[in-house]
Every structure is written in C-alpha cells, then in structure tokens.
Write a protein that binds this ligand. Structure first.
Ligand code: PEP
Ligand code: MG
Length: 588
C-alpha cells in the first residue's frame, strides 16, 4: 500500500527510484557494488564467513562448562539454525546476485528485512528472536571485517564507489541521519535522490545535499522505519514529500513532473554564460559556495564569477584527529585557485563544531552525546583562536595559495572585537613567518562573516577593521531566533522572513554600502529565488550560492529593476509580515 511521508524540501525536483537503506548497524559496514565477475567470489566470502561463524558457535558450545544452564546450549543451537536458514543465507545471496551489493551490504540489507518481519510478529517469543538474528549477523560481519584484515570503512565512504555500477533501476538513499562529511562522499555516487529522518533545512547535511543538486527531503522523521529496502520511492523535493510504493497513476504524474523540471533546468542552463545584469543595467556578482577544490570546475561550469565561500572545514573532518598539515592545505587551496582560472576565491578559515564535529559523528549522535548545545560552543573562529598554531598554519597555507591567483580570507562567526584583534595579529604573524621562510604571497583581503547578531548590531565597528563582510544567513537566522538549524523539531520556527532577521540583514548591507566596503550574502538565502528581488532591493550586489542555483538566481536578476525594487523595500521591512507584504506587492 502506498504511503506518504512528510519532511522538509531541501533540493528541488522529482526523483524516482528503489530505496537503498543505510542501516544503523553496530558494526561499521562496507557498502559498494561488485562487478558481475565478482559476484561468485563475493558469495564465496559470505560462505566462508558462515562456515567460520558456525565453527565458532560449535566451539563455544563444546566449551560450555557442565554446570552452564541448558538454555545457553539451546540458544547456540538457535544461532546455528538461523545461520543456515534460507531466509538469511539464500536471501542474502540474492542481494549479491541481483543487486550486486557486496556481501556486508547484502547481509545488512537482509537483516533489515528480517528485523521488520520479526517486529510484526504477534508472538512475543518469536518477536524476541530478532535479537538472535541480529547477533548472528553481527558475528558474520565481524568475521568478514576480521578476514579482510581491517576495520570496514563507514558506509558513506564505501558508497562513494557506487558510481562504478550501472544497475538497472535508479537508486535513492534512505537513512536516519548522515553526517555532513559523509554526505560529501555521496556527491559523485549513483543516487538520484535521498531522504533522511532528521535534519533542518539549513543543517550542513542539507547544505551538502543541496550542492549535489538532486531531489532531497530531510526531517522526514519516520522515513527509515517506514521505507523498506528496495521499495519504490518517489521523492518530491519541491513539496518535501516522500511517496513509498506509489500507484501507477501517481508514478505517471511524477514522471511527467520530472520531465517538466528537466526541461526547466535545460532552459536555465542556457543562461550560464550570460552576464548577470539587471534590467536597469546594474551588474550583480553571482559567486559559488564550494566544499572541496574538486567542486571548483562545477562552479565555473555553472557560470559563477568566483568562489564566495570555500568551506575549508571539509578538509578537516573525519580524519580521526589527524588534521591536514600546511602543505596539504596549501595544495588544496592552490588547486581551487588554479581551477577558478583567475577568478577570486574566498577561503573561509575552518568552521568546525556545532553540526560539523571533527570526529565522525552524526547530528543525532552529537545531540545524544553532547548534552550542551554545540552551536553555542567552541566552534568556528573560537576554535581557531583556541588552537593558535593550527590557525596560523591555515593562514599560511591560504596566503601561500594567493601566489597563484586572487584569494580572500573569510573569518567565520566573529562576535567580539577582541577576536578581530587576535585575527589580525595571527595574520600578521603568519605573514612574518612566510617572509622568514621566503614564501611568496600576494595581497589578501580579510573579511568577516556576519552570522552572529552581535556582529550585525555593531556592524560599523567591524567594518572599520575588515576589508569586506559576508552575511551567513544560515547562522544569522539560527542565532537571532534561537533555533538550532539542525533540529527538525523547531524547523517551523526557522524563518528567514522574520522581521528581526531582515532588519539585521538590511542594516548590514546598508552599513557596508555607506562604508564603501563590499558585502556579500553566502547563506542559503542567496541561492533561494524567493529572496533574490528582496536582497537586490536592500542593495545587495554580490550573492554566493551552490553552483546549481546560479542560473535560477541569474534569471531573477535579469528580470529585475533595482530602482523599482528599492522603492518597495521599506514597506516590507516595516511590516509585521514581510513575506506577505513583499509577495503581495509583487503580484499586484
Ligand atoms: C551561514 O551560516 O550562512 C554560512 C554560509 O555558513 P555555514 O552554513 O557553513 O555555517
Ligand atoms: Mg555559518
């Protein structure tokens, strides 16, 4: 029977595919596709693990002391029986043969199927056998990891290899939660859409997902429980709806909508190389947000005229405490600069913390493990200033990259003037160290992100020190409205149209204009066409967004007249309901 699940739309379009559920196993599981000629050897691995586990259980049984309760031996017999049962061994084999899943993935997929069947059983005794099947599968997985001679990589890393397999049906990813850095691994994978149970619209997981430019829904609470492995799923990324097992008529409707949105994309694509100039002749700078140097070609391809935000922290995440050294960072920044072929690249110093912890941890785990609110903790510039050696190392790496093109430094989450002073001291020391070492670097502008209300409130003082500012609306909204941006339970209160948010935003743009300093918006609002005219009306002339959003925003810019828009902005800012005021006027 078809069911609908509601979540938050984060990336437009329609995806239709079979669900690949990333199970939350207690053992990290390899997930990758195997080639046709490897199917037999993969089944062989499964068989070998089964035989080894059978031996292990038999040995356990024979070692049981005479006084051990009889139930223990009986339990081991149950495990042996489950191990050889067709619903486990045969069905797992089929996942390998038919879907080309590797053995570990096939096992965890089949465990999902069996666990649900046990959950649905009426009989209490039988229902409790679920724990036994889980234990048996866990033994098998451990056995396979041990014989592979290493700990299995996490799901996402291994799934990066998924692009190598051209399976018959399109696949969509369904997970309870995916950490931002893990999401990055899916960028070049086979998935045509994805759904997660948790996450807010501007959580970093959602941001990375949006940069993949595939239909996606987050915060779909029960999705990973309600969707089964291999179910057909429609992801409506416009409405934030997931339809499981759709009827033929619904499927037809969505196929039609998918074609329409593909046509629309193709139309927008034609604007890629058109200069972004308004009807009244005002040039507007459309820049790209990137996570890794490898994203730079997509930014160029999309027609961005530079990188407005390189989230450098993605070089630092999930490395088990081994941070990238100066040379490694320098090479990454240099690669991005060279890839942008003379266009400016704004490199933000590391912004770890909050929903981007250094160690591998999903937002959900983070919430459970850290009782305190990490969004208000040691994150971004606070962390950098707490690790001065690391900070200077990053500054040196960025400065060295400036020898290859136009580079700007961007400092995240500044709130205190004391931090401003420390930043400039660190930059000066980094330069002195480079001078001593004979390294070349060019003039580099230093800018601040305006994402803490304090920075927006005292923007004039910040502007005296920095060469430019860039508004991080994702955090500015989070901190102004006291809404954790990663928490779906308060996502209905996360409102970019809130008068307080718009007030701070417009005040920042105005103050920068008055001070003659450049101002950009690099939060998600910049790539959301619902705000393009409003931001232009406030005087914004520089927007930074996912490469995939550049054409759509450009279309709005090309149709805008800044003189007319400017006349309407005051009423929207003064209104109790700016969204209504702005859209009402627009349609009149
Ligand atoms: C922001 O806060 O708007 C921003 C661009 O930074 P991030 O999303 O990485 O926190
Ligand atoms: Mg931010």
């Amino acid at each position: 029977m078809s069911i609908q699940i509601f979540g938050l739309p984060i990336s437009r379009g329609v995806a239709i595919g079979r669900a690949v559920l990333i199970a939350s196993s207690r053992v990290d599981v390899d997930h990758y596709f195997v080639a046709e000629e490897q199917v037999e050897s993969e089944i062989g691995r499964l068989r070998a693990a089964r035989d080894a586990v059978a031996e292990e259980i038999l040995a356990l049984k024979s070692d049981l002391p005479a006084e051990a309760p009889a139930e223990l031996a009986a339990l081991l017999d149950v495990h042996l029986m489950l191990l050889h049962d067709d619903t486990l061994s045969e069905a797992t084999k089929q996942w390998i043969e038919q879907r080309h899943y590797n053995a570990e993935w096939a096992l965890s997929a089949q465990l999902e199927v069996l666990a649900r069947q046990f959950d649905e059983m009426e009989d209490d005794y039988l229902r409790e056998r679920k724990a036994d099947i889980e234990q048996v599968v866990e033994r098998l997985l451990r056995q396979m990891a041990a014989s592979a001679g290493r700990g299995a990589p996490a799901a996402a890393e291994a799934l990066a290899g998924a692009r190598d397999f051209g399976g018959a049906d399109p696949l969509v990813l369904v997970a309870s939660d995916v950490a931002p850095a893990d999401m990055l691994h899916f960028k070049r994978s086979v998935f045509t859409g994805f759904v997660t149970d948790v996450g807010g619209r501007t959580s970093h997981t959602a941001i990375v997902a949006r940069s993949m430019d595939i239909p996606a829904v987050v915060g779909a609470r029960e999705a990973s429980r309600l969707i089964r492995q291999d179910d057909w799923v429609v992801i409506d990324g416009d409405a934030g709806v997931v339809i499981v097992d759709p009827s033929p008529i619904v499927l037809e409707e969505y196929r039609f909508r998918r074609r329409q949105s593909e046509l629309e994309r193709a139309r927008l694509d034609r604007l890629r190389h058109t200069p972004a100039v308004t009807l009244d002749g005002v040039p507007v700078e459309l820049l790209a947000n990137i996570e890794l140097p490898g994203d730079a070609p997509a930014a160029l391809e999309a027609g961005a005229v530079g990188v407005g935000l390189f989230r450098s922290e993605f070089l630092f995440l999930n490395r088990g405490g081994d941070l990238p050294g100066e040379d490694e960072q320098y090479e990454a920044y240099r690669d991005a600069v060279l890839a942008m072929r003379g266009l400016p690249v704004t490199i933000r110093t590391v912004d770890v913390g909050a929903d981007k912890p250094l160690e591998r941890m999903s937002a959900q785990e983070l919430r459970h493990e850290h009782g305190l609110n990490p969004a208000l903790g040691l994150r971004a510039i606070r962390w950098s200033l707490a690790e001065p050696g690391m900070f200077r190392q990053q500054l040196r790496a960025i400065l060295r990259a400036s020898a290859h093109g136009k580079v700007r430094i961007l400092i995240p989450m500044v709130a205190h003037l004391g931090e401003v002073r420390q930043v400039f001291e660190a930059v000066a020391r980094a330069k002195a160290q480079l001078d001593d070492g004979g390294f070349a670097y060019s003039r580099v502008e230093v800018g601040a992100m305006v994402e803490v209300p304090a920075a927006a409130v005292m923007i004039d003082r910040f502007l005296r020190h920095f060469d430019y500012v860039s508004v991080g609306t994702n955090d500015l909204i989070q901190y102004t409205l006291a809404i954790d941006r990663a928490d779906e339970s308060v996502s209905h209160l996360y409102d970019p149209w809130h008068p307080a948010v718009l007030g701070l935003l417009s005040r920042t743009i105005e103050a920068a204009g008055a001070a003659g300093k450049p101002v950009c918006v690099c939060g998600e609002m910049a790539g959301d066409t619902a705000f393009t005219e409003l931001l232009l009306a406030m005087g914004l002339r520089s927007f930074s967004m996912h490469p995939a959003r550049v054409s759509a925003v450009k279309q709005r810019v090309l149709r805008a007249d800044t003189r007319q828009l400017a006349q309407r902005v005051r009423a929207a800012l003064d209104s109790d309901d700016p969204a209504l005021e702005w859209s009402g006027r627009r349609s009149s």
